[in-house]
Design a protein around this ligand. Structure first.
Ligand code: FES
Length: 147
């Protein structure tokens, strides 16, 4: 499939937008400094693959933030368990998933897998790996090309 371009100039801090690439949803999230801090503060023990060492990912998908730019996250929006669409629950006080320690992230309604705001899966979840990071590049500050 052809690459797709996304204009993120109107994406506000904390917001997510979706573009379609190869028939799959790709999420682009503009993370606030506070969201970035919450990603970096997560205990590695809470995560199955905290440094994103899983194979078949772009080099920039490694590390805690899993992105080319700290403020912009780009993820394939499909659960790595059976491909449901996880819900965007960026706020620590989200109504679901319940729990005092939810730092914001993505929550899959199908079998309750939890991911952080960088798409890293928590330990002991049905989903075996972190959310996929697609190949992408910045054509300018405002334009991302996915694919
Ligand atoms: Fe997401 Fe099963 S499809 S947890």
């Amino acid at each position: 499939g052809a690459p797709v371009q996304a204009d993120i100039s109107k994406l506000r801090p904390g917001q997510r937008m979706t573009v379609e690439w190869r028939g799959r949803p790709v999420w682009i999230i503009r993370r606030t400094p506070e969201m970035i801090a919450r990603i970096q503060a997560l205990s590695p023990a809470a995560l199955a693959d905290p440094d994103s060492r899983q194979p078949q990912q772009p080099a920039y998908a490694q590390g805690k933030l899993r992105s080319r730019r700290p403020d912009i996250g780009v993820l394939v929006g499909l659960c790595t368990h059976f491909g449901c669409s996880p819900l965007y629950r960026p706020e620590p006080d989200a109504a679901e998933p319940k729990g005092d320690d939810w730092p914001g992230g993505f929550y899959c309604p199908c079998h309750s897998s939890r991911f952080d705001l960088a798409g890293r899966v928590y330990t002991n979840m049905p989903a075996p790996t972190n959310l996929e990071v697609p190949p992408y590049r910045f054509l300018s500050d405002a334009i991302i090309e996915v694919g």
